[in-house]
Design a protein. Structure first.
Length: 456
């Protein structure tokens, strides 16, 4: 029972309070059209409102031809380099790429071999958390949700920083490197404590191996025997590369930029971004895909029958099944139309390993969701819209292939996105030079002040 579930805040009291709120806080949907409000900072065609400039990343998913939005194959560039090229190059050379991506995002150019080796060693040496941090900040205050613990721990790091408020480039870079290195350590420790406190399972803490890449260190720390295959480590490394950055307009990065524009400290900005990423409409969508897959497996008798799968997807969209949200998680994106390059890469890797792990049927179901959703959308909504799978459709399956618990699906996204958040924070502070402040149109009705004794 929550400590707030007291008699003076009973369900009946809360219902009365909510009823009072709902009587006085309705905004007619027509007002958004009347006042030309761009809800979600989106234009009428679904494109994002232009709010800034960046040299960090480009997300391309459509073209404008004769004033009309036309679908196109998705492309994602980190500092002008195609993400697919980055991933393919690392795979061909059989080396880890997340550390290289972190350098690229922070500094703007690919590192030389010497720079990359020094940077990788630096990140490894910065993984260790401050003395007694785990005991005081994680073990003594376990959390059932690792994302909340990540945010709280990042805020707590402020107290261990001898110069937390300085926004000089040197200090921002120091803080960024430490956060990139320490986020995996926080995640693993928080998960072990959650296992003991909430799941009643054994927790274990392995010493840090400075010779491991970030992907290797995560897998080694999560497994009691510290064992993993090179193929598993490289697959996780690819996941980290894919999630490292996605432009300034995605919700969590925009949050980091908006909070940074006020001049606040690094820890406050990154903690805010983590809170944004947690949401099921953003980074938390990979968990919702996993839940949705469970509903499909329960509600569909023949997993090879496209008609039966499509009928169930129709129920999902009509809020007759699943979580009743009306959403098919993992499908559709604000920018991508024909394809999400991250989903394409993940799908190719998932297909190769799913059968080995006994998850071939799950992969086939997700493939069916990808194929059938556009026609279900057209039938239910009457909309002939190009819809593609996004990165979340297959990321959860890849994590399951790697035996990574569901609790860590979104935290891994946060770990991967930290270099991107830090790069955008630095860019906002060095080039933005103006606090982000959009406008809201007031649609309130004036009312007279009534003395307390006369109120009904």
């Amino acid at each position: 029972m929550s400590p707030y579930d007291k008699e003076n805040l009973s369900m009946s009291t809360l219902k009365d309070l909510c009823d009072e709120f709902e009587k006085n806080n309705h905004i007619d949907a027509s007002f958004y059209r009347q006042f030309r409000v761009k809800r979600g900072l989106r234009n009428a065609d679904g494109s994002g409102v232009m709010a800034g400039l960046t040299r960090i990343c480009n997300v391309h998913g459509y073209v404008i031809s004769d004033g009309e939005k036309q679908p196109a194959e998705g492309k994602l560039q980190y500092r002008g380099i195609d993400l697919c090229t980055l991933v393919d190059s690392c795979v061909k050379e059989n080396r880890f790429g997340f550390e290289e991506v972190a350098w690229l995002l922070l500094f703007g150019k690919l590192p030389t071999q010497g720079q990359l080796e020094r940077f990788t060693r630096l990140l490894a040496h910065c993984r260790e958390l401050p003395e007694y941090f785990v005991e005081d900040m994680i073990i003594k205050a376990p959390s059932p949700n690792i994302m909340n613990k990540l945010a709280r721990s990042v805020l707590a790091l402020y107290s261990y920083d001898s110069n937390p408020e300085d926004t000089s480039l040197e200090n921002l870079m120091r803080q960024s490197i430490h956060l990139i290195a320490q986020m995996p350590s926080i995640m693993v420790n928080a998960y072990q404590v959650k296992r003991r406190h909430y799941d009643k399972e054994t927790m274990y803490f392995h010493p840090i191996d400075l010779n491991q890449s970030i992907a290797e260190s995560i897998l080694g720390a999560l497994r009691i025997d510290k064992k993993f295959t090179p193929e598993e480590a490289h697959l996780l490394d690819i996941c980290l590369m894919l999630h490292a950055e996605h432009g300034g307009g995605n919700n969590s990065t925009f949050t980091a930029r908006a909070v940074s524009s006020s001049g606040t400290d690094t820890y406050s900005a990154i903690a805010a971004a983590i809170g944004s990423l947690k949401g099921p409409r953003h980074g938390g969508a990979n968990i919702k895909v996993n839940e949705m897959l469970g509903y499909i497996k329960e509600g569909v008798q023949n997993w090879q029958d496209d008609d039966e799968i499509a009928a169930f997807l129709e129920k999902l969209m009509k809020k007759e099944a699943g979580d009743r949200s009306g959403l098919i998680y993992g499908m559709g994106h604000a920018v991508y139309t024909l394809s999400d390059p991250r989903a394409v890469i993940l799908k190719a890797n998932a297909k190769r390993l799913a059968e080995q792990k006994g998850l071939g049927a799950d992969f086939a179901l997700l493939d069916a969701v990808e194929r059938l959703t556009p026609q279900v959308l057209a039938k239910v909504k009457g909309i002939d819209k190009t819809v593609c799978a996004n990165v979340d459709l297959y990321s959860g399956l890849v994590y399951r292939i790697l035996d990574i618990p569901t609790d860590l699906f979104t935290p891994l996204f946060a770990i991967a996105r930290t270099p991107g958040w830090c790069a955008h924070r630095i860019e906002e502070l060095t080039t933005g030079n103006r606090i982000i402040r959009p406008a809201y149109r007031a649609v309130l009705e004036e009312q007279a002040y009534v003395p307390l004794s006369e109120r009904q």
